[in-house]
Structures are given as C-alpha cells and as structure tokens.
Design a protein around this ligand. Structure first.
Ligand code: SF4
Ligand code: SF4
Length: 582
C-alpha cells in the first residue's frame, strides 16, 4: 500500500516498521512532527518529549545499550546541546540500533543559524544518511538502523526543511517483529570510557570507520546515474531533486550514505566525466573531500553556501558556468502582495510584559521562542538572543559586565526547563541581581504546542506531575519570586518596577496560557468608539495585528481580536470597550 507522506511522517513510519521501541526528542522546527507521528504508535513504541536534546539523546542511548532499537529527534541546533553524549556514544557504541534524526534548516526559516549536521558525523566518526524524498526518508531510517546494529555505532539520519515538510508517495510495509530480551550486559571495558578503556575504544572507532567506508562503497543508497559524460554532478539530499531539474542530461553521483565517504565510488564517477560539479546546501562538505582526493571540481565558485538552494538559484549557477546571462527569476505568486512581517498573535500574553518593559531603560536578554518577535517595532524590547536558555545566563553576564542599566532575562516556560534552570543557579550562586521573567504560556508554543515538564501531560497523552517554575526558582535560591497575570497591565508594570529596583535577583512568572492552544479567545472582542478616540495612537504601540489604521483612525478587526483587553487598558481616553458592553 502506498501513502502520501511528509518526510517527517515517513521517518516515523520507518521507525515503526524497523521495530523501534524507544523514541525521544525535543521539539524544534523542522523536526517536530517526527516524534509527534511516532507517538501515534503508542502501543508499540514508548515515546517522550524530554526536557532538552541532551537528555533525550542520553535516554535513547541507554535504551539502545540495553538492546532496544531506539531513536532521538531534534533540529540542527539541538545537536549542539546533545553533542556531549554524541561524541562519547561513538566510543561506547550501541547494542540495539540507534538513529539520531536531525533536521537542518537551510535558509533559516525558523532557526537562529544555518549549520550543517554532516560536520557532526565526521566529528563524531559515525555514519550519516541523507534522504532526498519521503520514500528515502523511510528507507534510510531502516538502513541507518541496520548499519547501526551491524557496526554497533550510533548513526545520524539528516533531513532538511524541504525533505521534512514535502510530501511524496511512500510504500508502506509491516513492522519487523523482534523478540529480544532487554537488559544491559555488565561489561565495564565496553561501556565505561575512563582513560584506560577509552583509549582502546578510540582504536575500535578508527577500525569501525574503515569498515563503514567499505559499507558506504557497496551501499545501494549511493548510486551513479550515467547520462551525458560532459558534466558529472556529485550531490546529496534535496539538492539531488534540484539537480535533476536543472541539469537533466548530466551524469549524477547521488550520495545517500554520505559519510564515511565512498572514495572509490567518487573516483570512479569522476574518471567517467569531463567536468565535476558538486551541488550541496550549506557547507562545502562534499566538495572539500572531493578536492582532497585530487579531483578538480567546481562548486562554491558558482553556488553559494548561504541560504537554501532552489531550482531558480541553480538555473542562475548553470548560466554562470555556461557564460550566459542568468534567467530572470520567475515571478512569484506572492510578488506585489504587501509584506507581512511576523508578529505576536492577537491576544498573545507576552505582549503585556514587553509593553511594560518598554517603560524602563533596561537591557533585555531574550531567548528562543515566539517572544523573540518582541524584537520588532513597535514593542522593540529584546536586545539580544543567543541560544536556548541563553536569556537567563546572558542577563547575568550583562549584570557582571557592569551595564549601568538594570538587566532583564526573558525565557519561555519550555525553554526554562530546557536549559534556563542552570543559568538561574549561576545567578544565585555568583551573587547576581538580574530580574528573570519566565513567560509561562503553559506550552511549547513556537513549535506547535508540545507538552513539557510543566504542563502535566506527556507526549503519549498521560497525566503526570506538573513541575512548578516558582518552586524550582525558590529551590535554586531565588527569594523574590512573583507571579503576574500579563493581561493585567497595571499589576505587571508594578511587579516589574519593583523587581528591577530590588538589590537581589528575582524571578517573575508571567502566567497565562497561549490562547491558540486553548482554542478560545481570552475575553470579549474589543471595539473603538470613533467619537471618543482622539487619535493618540497609544493602542498601536502594542503591536497587535488586530488593530489596523483606516486612514488616520485606528480600528479593531473583530475577526482577529483575541479579546485580551490590553488595548482597552492602554487607551487614555476610554475609547475602547468590549463589544458585549455596548
Ligand atoms: S489609544 Fe484610544 S484614543 Fe488613542 S488612538 Fe487608540 S483608541 Fe484612539
Ligand atoms: S485588539 Fe485589543 S483586545 Fe483585541 S487582541 Fe488586540 S490588544 Fe487584545
């Protein structure tokens, strides 16, 4: 039976069919739907959102060491968080097959950087597989698991935004029946990488890499497509699809098992063509290696490594190689439409906090989440963002640098559990005095409303203990812990002013659920009485997309209004009221 599946759905299906029994992860676009789809097989696969990628990686690694086929999912920056266990799991090796499914985001559609996960495979000396469509996403998952068990190595299945989110037909098969007794064998020289055993492990890793290179030479995931011999293109992942459209006559070496590099195959391919071109997104990972084999090739000189590739970009590269003028870009269907910059949703509880922060001259260290949108005008109240959890620790850094202004760190609830807690401990331990605000909207909103340790629900839909951010703050040693309702602007402003003035660190929890998750408005729709409105435009300073200008006069779009009432609170002329009250 065939089904139309996204790449992420296909990876989940691959996990199911391959007999995976333990799956963990942390949400992050474009990888999130992998684990959400794995969770649908709840009677066969245990799945969980872990507090962060490092924890998720370690849970899945342990399950694998006990013999279970296991997987972990994350986006590319998540692998930075999990890099510590990754590097040593490579030494220890695995028992049950272990696949880390990592999705890169070329073009930074929803990420803070563009990084190339293939570098991690080489860094950790483990194999990597790169599917180019949904069928391959499913098949390569199975292949990665097979290679993992055969060579007792962790493996990476690398997707990208286009592979993860595009749909294509996939042949479905039955789940592989496994009858295994789980349990970790006691064998310290095998599992304990203290120096004396770690050195021996490193020797084994080197030997394993040579064997894996042989496996890559033979793998059906790597194939030569012979066509016209004047140009041969080496490519992988989604770039393969673009190559077939832009150079339909060219010979192609498609690498699906791309590391360790299949050197003989690369040489054989290059020997059979007049000119070699490497087409790859992000880093010049393949090109660098092809050149190291003394094979002359083109690549970065005609295809930039910045941003996402597309057929249009590669048509321009082809024209450049052939000394022609680049074709004029296709008129996009979106051309001519007004720009629609990302904004906090109408009714978003974060808006009140940033509006209140705007009344103070403070430095705001932000974090990864929807609230990063507060960096845009008119709120304009986020000064720097580094990484998950960085909002808390960076606030402490600004404080210790002696910034003359008060310092505020802003972090979301899911991000607080992910990696904000250790920063809080640092502030207390090292006698800082920053004000940390946790924007607790009771969900991991930005990635599509996943649960986390504070929500009281697991990925598999079971009720569980909900951790209290306030109690954790107190346990970390923060004495000043306040909870505010961000829709009560006056109370929020007062709490922020009070904590900024305090001579010790404080934690403000801004508590209000995301209205999109609740699927209901916060309150009644508001309306502007044009007779009372004086046109002061104070309501526009909230940056609510439901408040529009009609000529010079603001009006509220009743179909967008989330009923939060913030505009009513800020209007000095009492021109805004709820529709119900009229
Ligand atoms: S804040 Fe009130 S008076 Fe000022 S523009 Fe908005 S609705 Fe009119
Ligand atoms: S228009 Fe006013 S009440 Fe409606 S969502 Fe925007 S700020 Fe809230």
């Amino acid at each position: 039976m065939r089904e139309l599946l996204s790449g992420n759905e296909a990876i989940a299906r691959g996990a199911y069919e391959s007999g995976v029994t333990v799956a963990t992860g942390y949400p992050g676009t474009p990888s999130t739907e992998i684990l959400e789809n794995v969770a649908r097989y709840r009677s066969q696969i245990y799945s969980e959102w872990s507090p962060n990628e490092k924890v998720a990686f370690e849970v899945a690694a342990a399950a694998s060491c006990a013999g279970a086929r296991s997987m972990v999912t994350m986006k590319h920056v998540g692998l930075n968080v999990a890099a510590d266990p990754l590097m040593t799991l490579s030494y220890i090796g695995v028992e049950g097959g272990f696949v880390a499914c990592v999705a890169d985001d070329p073009g930074m559609h929803s990420s803070q950087n563009e990084q190339d996960t293939r570098r991690y495979a080489r860094f950790a000396k483990i194999p990597i597989f790169e599917p180019a469509d949904s069928q391959e996403a499913k098949d390569f998952f199975g292949l990665a698991l097979e290679v993992s068990e055969k060579y007792r190595t962790p493996t990476i299945l690398r997707s990208t935004t286009r592979v993860s989110h595009s749909r294509s037909l996939v042949e479905l098969e039955k789940r592989e029946a496994l009858d295994r007794e789980m349990g970790m064998e006691k064998n310290p020289p095998r599992f304990v990488p203290i120096p004396v055993w770690g050195r021996m492990m490193k020797e084994k890793v080197a030997d394993r890499l040579s064997s894996l290179a042989e496996e890559a030479e033979r793998s059906l995931a790597n194939r030569i497509e012979r066509r016209d011999r004047s140009l041969g293109i080496i490519t992988s992942s989604i770039s393969y699809q673009y190559v077939r459209e832009v150079w339909p006559q060219a010979s192609v070496l498609k690498l699906g098992f791309s590391y360790p590099f299949p050197d003989r195959l690369i040489r054989e391919f290059a020997d059979g063509v007049d000119e070699v071109l490497v087409v790859e997104e992000l880093d010049d990972f393949l090109e660098e290696h092809v050149r190291s084999l003394s094979i002359d090739c083109r690549g970065r000189d005609v295809i930039s490594g910045v941003g996402e590739l597309s057929v249009g970009r590669l048509l321009a590269s082809r024209a450049k190689m052939e000394g022609r003028e680049p074709p004029s870009p296709d008129r996009s269907f979106a051309q001519g439409l007004p720009a629609r910059p990302p904004v906090l949703c109408p009714g978003c509880p974060h808006r009140g906090v940033f509006y209140a922060l705007g009344r103070h001259e403070v430095v705001v260290a932000g974090d990864i989440g929807c609230y990063s949108l507060a960096a845009f005008r008119p709120l304009d109240r986020m000064d720097i963002i580094l990484c998950m959890g960085g909002g808390v620790s960076m606030a402490h850094g600004f404080d210790k640098a002696g910034d003359r202004r008060a310092v505020v760190g802003v972090v979301g609830d899911s991000t607080f559990f992910h990696s904000g807690i250790t920063g809080l401990i640092d502030i207390v331990y090292n006698r800082g005095r920053s004000t940390i605000i946790v924007l607790d909207n009771r969900t991991t909103a930005m990635t599509g409303h996943q649960d986390h340790p504070g929500t009281g629900r697991t990925l598999q839909g079971e009720a569980t203990k909900a951790l209290s951010i306030q109690e954790i703050g107190r346990a970390c040693g923060i004495d000043r812990v306040t909870t505010v309702n961000p829709y009560d602007l006056r109370a929020t402003e007062a709490a922020i002013a009070e904590e900024l003035a305090a001579e010790e660190p404080s934690l403000i929890v801004s508590l209000a659920p995301c209205p999109l998750r609740e699927r209901r408005p916060v309150g009644p729709v508001r309306v502007i009485d044009t007779d009372l409105c004086k046109g002061c435009n104070k309501c526009l300073k909230l940056g609510c997309p439901a408040i529009e200008l009609e000529g010079d006069v603001p009006r509220i779009n009743r179909f967008l209004c989330g009923g939060c009432g913030l505009c009513q609170e800020v209007c000095p002329h009492h021109a805004i009221s709820s529709m119900e009250a009229r």
